[in-house]
Design a protein around this ligand. Structure first.
Ligand code: ATP
Ligand code: MG
Length: 446
């Protein structure tokens, strides 16, 4: 039925032979297909959406591929914006939904591709778009399962590289020579892991085998792109499974080197247990439709690294508060070289870490101050997570769990107070600089 060698035009899977139904497709994506067709162009839904529809899933977005140039696409739609420089894409806006329309492209950075150059009067290149045919467009994609094309012409699916059979068998198979394709774009290794975990596909042996050896190439990928990819990996509802695959394929060592090192040297395995528990909880939240704050996620992913650094600093005699600050700074500084975590996420991550030692301080003043801290809830959730591996923390969790629900007067009665409790809004106005140094506080031990 299909054409794994990709020698010709591939196979056409007729409407009667596949399960993709129009009622599962975004009406806006269908509108785009009909409009382009009526204007005389070829247009297909392509990529993840077709793959997901074939396995009965619900695509989160619909991408369209067409033989119309971006300008020709724009001419068809009022609600269209062109984006991108080298590869121009059309975004058709339907309220919240954006349908991305891409012109068929030949292989990425390949100079042999058909190049459509437009030269400005002054002579400099204003556009360098590499367009291609549907067949070429299929071959530049990563996995065969991602290279299926659905058309409203006869509601069939075009399969150029054997993707249909691979989707049926739930296999991720790279198109072309795996080593070449990973060298071209190392992020494909992460996509293999992410898609395998999310879709419950297996990575074909030929695509899996070279990964550990090539993992190091990821270090050359842009840190901004790795940040985006990282959020996709850990916020797709299959974070735990993805993490285990990253570990297995030695990708963790490249993405989170300090965490990987800390996990390898943590003899009890408690840090790994906690991290896996945090990912299970992340998955549970995502799958229940709840949001997950990236700051919290990174606090979990980098906690082993932070604990390790903290221990090193304390062993060399640094005072706890100094060591905490420095450990957080060092871990973050090294991590952002790989993954560009924006400050709006690394700052809450720091706060969550720093607040961990404050849960053991239970004078009235400190209790009310901590409860009023804007990051209290996140830090408390983090404490609860730590407690799953450290039974001694159970009492602390219980205390703070209760403290949150009690009326201030009630709470004031059950805690020893050298000072009057600050209540509600008042407590938020306590000047932050009045903190005194603690004599012998507990350390964070994972
Ligand atoms: P998801 O369901 O998570 O969105 P997806 O496969 O749709 O998965 P996208 O990032 O939306 O992933 O990419 C859309 C399509 O673009 C892919 O299905 C694939 O055909 C192609 N693609 C994306 N990234 C690459 C890459 N690095 N190399 C080759 N093709 C890619
Ligand atoms: Mg997609």
């Amino acid at each position: 039925m299909s054409d794994p060698q990709g020698s010709g035009q591939g196979a056409v899977i007729a409407r009667a032979d596949h399960g993709v139904s129009r009622k599962d497709i975004s009406p806006n994506a269908l509108r785009v297909l009909y409009k382009l067709r009526d204007a005389g162009f070829e247009a297909y839904i392509v990529g993840g959406a077709v793959r997901d529809l074939l396995i009965g899933g619900h695509p989160k977005d619909f991408d369209v591929a067409t033989n119309a140039t971006p300008e020709q696409v724009r001419a068809q739609f009022r609600n269209c914006r062109l984006i991108g420089r080298r590869f121009r894409l059309a975004h058709i806006m339907f309220g919240q939904e954006i349908i991305e329309v891409a012109t068929f492209r030949a292989s990425g950075d390949d100079d042999t591709a058909l190049v459509d150059r437009q030269v400005h009067e002054e002579g400099h290149l204003i556009r360098d778009n590499v367009y291609g045919t549907l067949e070429e467009d299929a071959f530049r994609r990563d996995f065969t399962a991602n290279a299926l094309y659905y058309t409203v012409e006869d509601f069939s699916v075009r399969d150029i590289v054997g993707g249909y059979a691979d989707v049926q068998a739930r296999i991720l198979r790279l198109i072309g020579d795996p080593v070449t394709r990973y060298r071209e774009d190392p992020v494909r290794m992460l996509r293999a892991v992410r898609l395998a975990a999310k879709l419950d596909f297996s990575i074909h042996a030929t695509a899996a085998e070279p990964i550990p050896e090539l993992a190091g190439l990821l270090a050359s990928a842009s840190s901004a792109r790795l940040f985006d990819e990282c959020l996709k990996i850990f916020l797709a509802g299959s974070a735990e499974k993805s993490f285990l695959l990253l570990e297995r394929f030695a990708l963790l060592d490249v993405l989170f080197p300090d965490t990987a090192k800390a996990l390898q040297t943590n003899r009890t395995g408690a840090l790994r247990d906690m991290l896996l528990e945090s990912l299970r909880q992340t998955d549970a939240r995502v799958n229940a439709g709840k949001s997950v704050a990236p700051g919290f996620l990174f606090a979990c992913l980098l906690w082993p690294a932070y604990c390790r650094e903290l221990a090193i600093l304390q062993n060399s005699g640094a005072e706890l508060s100094v060591a905490q600050q420095r450990a957080a700074d060092r871990v973050t500084l090294r991590q952002v070289e790989r993954i560009a975590i924006p400050r709006r996420f690394s700052l809450p991550m720091h706060e969550i870490w720093q607040l961990q030692t404050r849960f053991s301080q239970r004078t009235r003043k400190r209790v009310f101050r901590l409860l009023a801290h804007p990051r209290f809830r996140a830090a408390f959730d983090f404490l609860a997570l730590r407690a799953t591996g450290i039974p001694e923390l159970a009492e602390e969790v219980q205390f703070w769990e209760q403290a949150q629900t009690m009326a201030p007067e009630q709470l004031a009665q059950i805690i020893p107070g050298q000072s009057k409790p600050a209540i509600g809004g008042e407590s938020a106005h306590v000047p932050p600089k009045r903190r005194r140094r603690r004599s012998k506080p507990k350390t964070t031990d994972g």
